[in-house]
Design a protein around this ligand. Sequence first.
Ligand code: CA
Ligand code: CA
Length: 216
Amino acid sequence: MIGSHSRKEGFTLIELLVVIAILGILGALGVTMLRSSQADAEELQCKATIQTLTTALEQYKSDRRHGAYPLTSLEGVPGAGKLTNRINLGAESMFVALASKDFRGDRPSESLGDDSFENTDGDVSAKPLTIYGSKDLFEFLDPWGNPFAYFNAADYGNPAVRRYMAASTVGGEYEIVTVKPWENAKTKSPFRPSSYQIFSAGPDMTFNTEDDIGNW
Ligand SMILES: [Ca+2]
Ligand SMILES: [Ca+2]
């Protein structure tokens, strides 16, 4: 009688273990779903940023004063000075083009906000080249904190514009990496052969791997 009385009072050890196990499974499921929805959100944000940048690049090209996409480097641009570190060249050139005083389109650095760009390699131009007072040569960042790579089609074969800063973990140290323009693995013909490539290293934070997200 004592046994049945205590049964009514509370859970048996087995029942308790079952409940704990179920809670554990639900918890793990919740974390997994949260993580995957966060990853989905970052990828969507990355694609949206590329869309914003490509729209601005088309506006830039269709302006008769430019008539072409930004070059892959600021070399020879008045006020750029000596580009000493040779890192992030395409990304910096794209940023300057789309944040310059004479760009009449919708500037992505303004619409995307201050968090959308950073000077990951800490280099400067001789004079300020953008609407900002700073001489910093900024790069647009993907949702994981790495610069977007940018290559004008004229430089797909140019190894001198392939050095980029990238961190392998969120908030990690930036290191110099080599980034190659994307090409068809079978035919070796580059993606976007007559315009430009802009792409993110993607969630794995490594360039030129399958999860890269680009304008193709
Ligand atoms: Ca820079
Ligand atoms: Ca990648």
